[in-house]
Each structure stands twice: as structure tokens, then as C-alpha cells.
Design a protein around this ligand. Structure first.
Ligand code: OAD
Length: 251
């Protein structure tokens, strides 16, 4: 592993443009459970019954009670971990340009990254299903579930549910960032949900090097990852950043 980290650090320190793609795994060490695998949310609840747009339209109260309210309680407590902080440090070093994240938890921004594309939207905002007005989640009165907009419509998180399109601007910016980077660091995603899962392929097709950080092999590992750093984001990222910093120091 030390050799692999050194190899990754060399490539990262010599790159012109580095982009990160992150998934639920980077936030596991912040106390947010992932979706798939051991302890995953989709082991406990069926995503098609509670995280599909049709379920939200049909029974918003159930979706609020089973999914949104419990997710909100977990997200309210979460703070960035060493994985998020490592990505913010890579930006400070002038190396990392953009983070494309599938997460709705806002932890990359909290850690200090300034260009974060929220591919699946955010839980920090709600919008009205009737008038489309947005309101910060922290300002929403949750005494009645589902909470309501001033117009009487029902509020929903400004996040992408199954069956919904990825917001056009986020999709376009992600495709562009993926096509133009020479390294993509892929952290904590099973790469099973499209179109986010295609971003490493877009990068690879444009000759980028793919560096993967994940304790488990994924769909990408044997297919397109050039370097697979097998471990948790919170343990690998600080070592990787340290190795990059060392290479950038004048001799
Ligand atoms: P998944 O839950 O599918 O995958 C999480 C990945 O993180 C797995 O590959 C784990 O091995 C890895 N992992 C676990 N702990 C880790 C750690 N400490 N450090 C690094 N990696 C770790 O999550 P996503 O790939 O993000 O979409 O899922 C993609 C989308 O599916 C989500 O955005 C969500 C979900 O349904 C929507 O709800 C639209």
C-alpha cells in the first residue's frame, strides 16, 4: 500500500487538472450510512417504495416519515471527516479543481471545497411541489409532516429521487469536468447508479488516470481503475495528501 500511495501521489502532483467523484462511502466515517452493502440503507428499506418520485407523489407523508425525516436527523449531526478534509487540502494546494458528489449532505462544502457539483442535489434546501419556491431546510417548520410551503403545497428535498432526471446544469458541468481532467479520484462509490457511474468512463475515454479509494472492489476496479487504494477514505486520504505535499516541497 505505501508504494501505491506514493505512485498515486506522484501522478497527482504532476497532473494539470484533478477532479474527484465521491459517493456515500466518503461520508460513512462521518456517521452517515451508505446505500448498498453491509449496514446500507437499501438493506432496510426498499428504494423503489420510498425513494422513487412516484412514491413521493403518491404518499408524501410516508416518504417523509420513513426516509426524509430520518435522513435529516442523521445529516444534521454529521461533520466532515479526514476524507473530506483531504479533498479540501488538495484544493488548497492548487491541485483539485472540482468535486462531483452524489451525496446530498453538504460535507464537501463544509470541509472547504469551493467547486462542488451536487449531482443528486442537496438536503440543505427544500422546494414546494406546487409553486416550486425554495426554502432552506433549517428554516422549515417540521411540526407537521409532511411540512408545507406558505402556499399550502408540500415541501420536498431539493434532491434527485429515483425516476427523476439529473439537473441539466449539474450533468453538463460534470461531463465537462470529467472529460477535461487528467486524473479522476473516485472515492466511496459503488458506481452502480447511472449516469454518475459513467463519469469515470468519460474521464478514462479522454485519457485520464483513474485512482480509486474504496475498502471494497467496485464495478470500476478491474475495468478502468489504474490505481486502486483499498481502504477507507478517512485512512487513505491523509496519507495521500501528505505524500503529495512532500513532493511539492522545494528540495
Ligand atoms: P453506495 O452505498 O452504493 O456505495 C458506497 C461505496 O462506498 C461502496 O463501494 C463501499 O465499499 C464504499 N465505502 C464504504 N465505507 C467507505 C469508507 N469509509 N471510505 C470509502 N469508501 C467506503 O453509494 P453510492 O455509490 O454513493 O442516489 O450510491 C449512488 C447513489 O445510489 C446515491 O447517490 C443514491 C443511491 O441510491 C439516489 O438516491 C438518487
Amino acid at each position: 500500500m505505501p508504494d501505491l500511495i506514493e505512485k498515486a501521489a506522484k501522478q497527482i502532483s504532476e497532473a494539470k487538472s484533478v477532479v474527484a467523484l465521491t459517493g456515500a462511502g466518503i461520508s460513512v466515517e462521518s456517521g452517515i450510512p451508505p446505500f448498498r452493502g453491509k449496514g446500507g440503507l437499501w438493506e432496510k428499506i426498499d428504494p423503489m417504495s420510498v425513494a422513487h418520485i412516484d412514491a413521493l407523489k403518491k404518499d408524501p407523508e410516508m416518504v417523509w416519515r420513513v426516509l426524509i425525516k430520518s435522513m435529516k436527523l442523521v445529516l444534521d449531526e454529521a461533520r466532515p471527516n479526514a476524507g473530506h478534509i483531504g479533498l479540501a487540502e488538495l484544493e488548497k494546494l492548487g491541485i483539485l479543481q472540482t468535486v462531483i458528489t452524489q451525496n446530498v449532505d453538504g460535507l464537501h462544502q463544509m470541509a472547504g471545497n469551493s467547486d462542488v457539483i451536487e449531482f443528486h442535489g442537496t438536503f440543505a434546501w427544500q422546494r414546494c411541489m406546487e409553486c416550486n419556491q425554495s426554502i432552506e431546510t433549517s428554516q422549515v417548520d417540521m411540526t407537521t409532516i409532511p411540512p408545507q410551503c406558505a402556499c399550502g403545497g408540500i415541501l420536498r428535498p431539493d434532491a434527485v429521487f429515483f425516476g427523476e432526471m439529473i439537473p441539466a446544469e449539474e450533468l453538463m458541468r460534470s461531463q465537462k469536468a470529467s472529460a477535461n481532467c487528467d486524473i479522476m479520484i473516485v472515492i466511496g462509490t459503488s458506481a452502480m447508479v447511472e449516469p454518475a457511474a459513467s463519469m469515470p468512463f468519460v474521464a478514462k475515454n479522454n485519457n485520464a488516470v483513474i485512482i480509486e479509494i474504496n475498502p471494497e472492489p467496485t464495478q470500476l476496479t478491474t475495468r478502468i481503475s489504474d490505481l486502486s487504494l483499498m481502504g477507507s477514505a478517512g485512512s487513505i486520504m491523509p496519507r495521500l495528501v501528505k505524500a503529495v505535499q512532500k513532493r511539492l516541497e522545494p528540495l
